[in-house]
Design a protein around this ligand. Structure first.
Ligand code: HEC
Ligand code: HEC
Length: 330
């Protein structure tokens, strides 16, 4: 009897594996909202829109992550407390639950950990967690709602960030034209858009921009083939790991809804998708696209715009006489 040599088994296994991977596209459709605690979501939505989480009483999460504008502020860098210039471009909150970690350098593990950051950041909302909790505790409707959602006990910052994170989980954008095409609706995208997708795959963009969010799955160097010139001092992932190899590595941004989230890159220096695609081709892949190719890729990227979150604007409970007052100018 002849034994089947091991390499053959491995080879056959390899073939099966390749076949399975080929059948699947490197991008998957965005799944609709799932597994959320609806009571937490409703509370988190109020907090997301409540400017009393800031020292000025004027800046809410929605100021910089405007849900009427793709979850961004469409500015190069954000405007914070006292009109301070922010250090870096505000990424979208849409589909941010799909990110491996939060922030350009990934310094927050998840949405809950992230949400505490901007409230305390002197250049953003410039408040303190203690004061946030004091404000919320002074408003009886909030006290009641927190108790209904989290049980007895005083409001804590932990509950605040948990509710906001739960609301953010609902900010997914399924049903974009590209997803409908992925799911078998042949006519959902045009021939040009499809050609753009082929270029996006064959020239290697999918190595970094893949998965459900078309990004958000890894940290990668900005300027693989050619260095990126910028006056922005951010150095990316090295701030977290301290490793030299991570200098100028940034979280690969999601390309979902990218048509809405201009300007582009961590410094906001690319004003248009045409510019962003041109730079990505040259700096990451050493490839210069013709104007036609660039336009096809841009056309493909615009098919990634999905259904935007829809809900009634929350009505916030009014402050009381003893609510700590806003301090807009200090
Ligand atoms: C003053 C503008 C501003 C405000 C207010 C603000 N953010 Fe941000 N947000 C930013 C900027 C800028 C970044 C990127 C910072 C970085 O990566 O270093 C960011 C990053 C994020 C991220 C990470 C997204 C990603 O892809 O990494 C999330 C999520 C987020 N903010 C949610 C919130 C929430 C929730 C609030 C309210 C509690 C809030 N933000 C308030 C400007 C703001
Ligand atoms: C080696 C990994 C890698 C490859 C390959 C790559 N990208 Fe990127 N992409 C990134 C990173 C990292 C960023 C963020 C860079 C920054 O902000 O400094 C980015 C940013 C972008 C942005 C801006 C998104 C935003 O919201 O700011 C677009 C658009 C984009 N890439 C498209 C493409 C296209 C099109 C290709 C193929 C031509 C491509 N990328 C290839 C890693 C990659």
């Amino acid at each position: 009897m002849k034994l089947v040599p091991n390499p053959l088994v491995v080879f056959v296994g390899g073939l099966l594996f390749t076949a399975a991977v080929q059948a699947a596209e490197p991008i998957q459709p965005v799944r609709p909202v799932q597994d959320v605690n609806l009571a937490q979501v409703e509370l988190g939505k109020k907090l997301y829109f409540d400017p009393r989480l800031s020292r000025s009483g004027f800046i809410s999460c929605n100021s910089c992550h405007n849900l009427s504008m793709g979850g961004t502020d469409n500015l190069k860098t954000s405007i914070g407390h006292n009109w301070q210039q922010g250090p870096i471009n505000a990424p979208t909150v849409l589909n941010s639950s799909l990110n491996v970690a939060q922030f350009w350098d990934g310094r927050a593990r998840d949405l809950k950990e992230q949400a505490g950051g901007p409230i305390e950041n002197p250049k953003e909302m410039a408040f303190s967690h203690t004061l946030t909790v004091d404000v919320l505790r002074s408003i009886p409707e909030y006290a009641i709602e927190f108790r209904q959602v989290f049980g007895a006990g005083e409001i804590t910052i932990d509950e605040v960030t948990e509710a906001i994170a739960e609301f953010e989980k609902t900010l997914v954008t399924p049903n974009g034209r590209f997803d409908r095409w992925l799911l078998g609706e042949e006519k959902a995208i045009t021939a040009d858009e499809k050609a753009g997708y082929e270029l996006f795959k064959t020239s290697g963009c999918v190595a970094c921009h893949n998965g459900e969010a078309v990004g958000g799955t890894s940290f990668q160097k900005m300027g693989v083939v050619e260095p990126y010139q910028t006056s922005n001092p951010a150095e990316g992932r090295i701030a977290v790991t301290g490793k030299d190899a991570d200098r100028f590595s940034f979280k690969v941004p999601t390309l979902r809804n990218v048509e809405l989230t201009y300007p582009y890159f961590h410094d906001g220096e690319a004003a248009t998708l045409t510019d962003a695609v041109d730079l990505m081709g040259r700096l990451q892949l050493g490839r210069t696209y013709t104007p036609e190719e660039n336009a096809q890729i841009v056309a493909f990227l615009k098919t990634l715009t999905g259904d935007q979150p829809r809900f009634e604007l929350p009505v916030l409970p009014p402050s009381r006489d003893d609510t700590p007052p806003p301090r807009p100018f200090d």
